[in-house]
Design a protein around this ligand. Structure first.
Ligand code: PLP
Length: 410
């Protein structure tokens, strides 16, 4: 008899976005003529950059010719892409990494979910709250979550609230923990940590033997000078942090799928009896056993992101989204809303009016302005009383949504 991993059964049946989809479907059925604008789900809308398309075509042609056909590639990724990453994402910021510290994958979500394979089941994890749900759900599947409590917290997870009260800068909690997820620029709040604020966490991790899992999927959206693009810009971070990166939001790869994870060789884990071991070695072993590499054509496409034309085209797309973010932040501010993020990230985190719940605000905007947002409470208990708006839509839709909110709010 095959027994199941019962931790899966602890996870609530409905994922946030399916709950939203259900509500939207009911609305559509009862209001068939309404023109809905979504400022909800965090997917890109602009097409892939021309340089990426050209690289894809070329790579596809290579696959059809005997001399240039490629079968299985290295599990860790092709050197041409790893070298482009090292040069453009790290050397350019004074960070010296070895090629075998980079692992190419089919996206950050897989790696974030899979990293738990190399870490003991009884580590205590800490997350900022609100949070990208994958950090919690993947740990619940892997035993580390404990049980879901009636207040929306998981019993074995340390929550670090990030709200307007602490200006979205997480305070170091009293309760000890072994692993910490940090995501900056943050999904869902769109907020960032400056160099000094991130350094406090790195120093804490060094002092307390904490492993930081640093998700910088939105790094390309950083506009301000003092915001680190990589955690390795902070001294000592290579001894305590794994970094996850993605081409999804950087270059529109949500449907193409490519990302990478940095596991420095100086990063040590420990056995129960205190013996040191290399996390890089364990992750490499894990990948070689369970992963057969990312498609060659996709890695060629990702390489093109770093070409001269690719860089210009990627910037153009990001500028489009950040212009949307400006339309939302300026418009909402002028209406007197309290909001956060939207400066170094494609997300705007809006406080609901007069303490209204996230779902109530969601319903009002859907029914009265035909706009979809994401209820903040879906990202964790500290998200209650907020909603997330995304800048990934088309400019004309963002402008129209803002106009509808203006009419609705007055
Ligand atoms: N990390 C964060 C914070 C995200 O918001 C997302 C996607 O929305 C991902 C990772 C997933 O990235 P990928 O598309 O590379 O799997």
């Amino acid at each position: 008899m095959a027994l199941v991993n019962e931790n899966f059964l602890k996870l609530p049946e409905n994922y946030l976005f399916s709950d939203i989809a259900k509500k939207v479907n009911v609305f559509k059925a009862t209001h068939p003529k309404a023109k809905i604008i979504s400022l909800g789900i965090g997917d890109v809308t602009q097409p892939l950059p021309e340089a990426v398309i050209m690289a894809l075509h070329k790579a596809v042609d290579e696959m059809g010719i005997q001399e240039t056909f490629r079968g299985y590639g290295p599990e860790q990724g092709y050197r041409f892409l790893i070298d482009a990453i090292l040069k453009n994402d790290y050397e350019s910021r004074g960070i010296d990494l070895d090629p075998d510290e980079i692992f190419i994958s089919d996206g950050a979500k897989s790696d974030i979910g899979n990293i738990g394979d190399i870490l003991r089941h009884d580590n205590t994890i800490a997350v900022t709250d609100p949070v990208y749900p994958v950090y919690i759900d993947s740990n619940v599947m892997g035993v580390r979550g404990g049980d879901l409590l009636s207040d929306g917290h998981w019993s074995n997870i340390v929550y670090i609230p990030c709200t307007a009260e602490n200006n979205f800068v997480p305070d170091i909690p009293v309760k000890p923990f072994d692993m910490l997820y940090l995501c900056y620029p943050n999904n869902p709040t769109g907020t960032v940590l400056n160099r000094k604020q991130l350094k406090q966490w790195v120093d804490y991790a060094i002092k307390n033997n904490v492993l930081i899992l640093y998700d910088s999927a939105y790094e390309a959206y950083i506009q301000e000078e003092d915001i680190p693009h990589s955690i390795y810009e902070i001294k000592g971070a290579r001894n305590v942090a794994i970094e996850f990166r993605s081409f999804s939001k950087t270059a529109g790869f949500t449907g193409l799928r490519c990302g990478y994870t940095v596991v420095p060789k100086s990063l040590k884990g420990f056995t129960l009896n205190g013996q040191e071991t290399s996390l890089n070695r364990l992750w490499n072993r894990r990948q070689c056993t369970k992963f057969n590499g990312t498609a060659y054509i996709v890695q060629r496409a990702a390489e093109a992101v770093y070409s001269q034309e690719g860089k210009v085209q990627v910037k153009k797309t990001i500028d489009i989204y950040m212009e949307n973010a400006r339309i939302l932040t300026n418009g909402l501010k002028s209406l007197g809303f309290q909001l956060f993020g939207g400066v170094n990230a494609p997300y705007v985190w809006l406080k609901t009016q007069s303490g209204m719940s996230s779902w109530k605000f969601f319903d009002l905007l859907l029914y009265e302005a035909n706009i979809i947002v994401t209820p903040g409470v879906g990202f964790g208990p500290a998200g209650e009383g907020y909603v997330r708006l995304t800048a990934f839509g088309k400019k004309e839709d963002t402008l129209e949504a803002m106009e509808r909110i203006r009419l609705w709010a007055v």
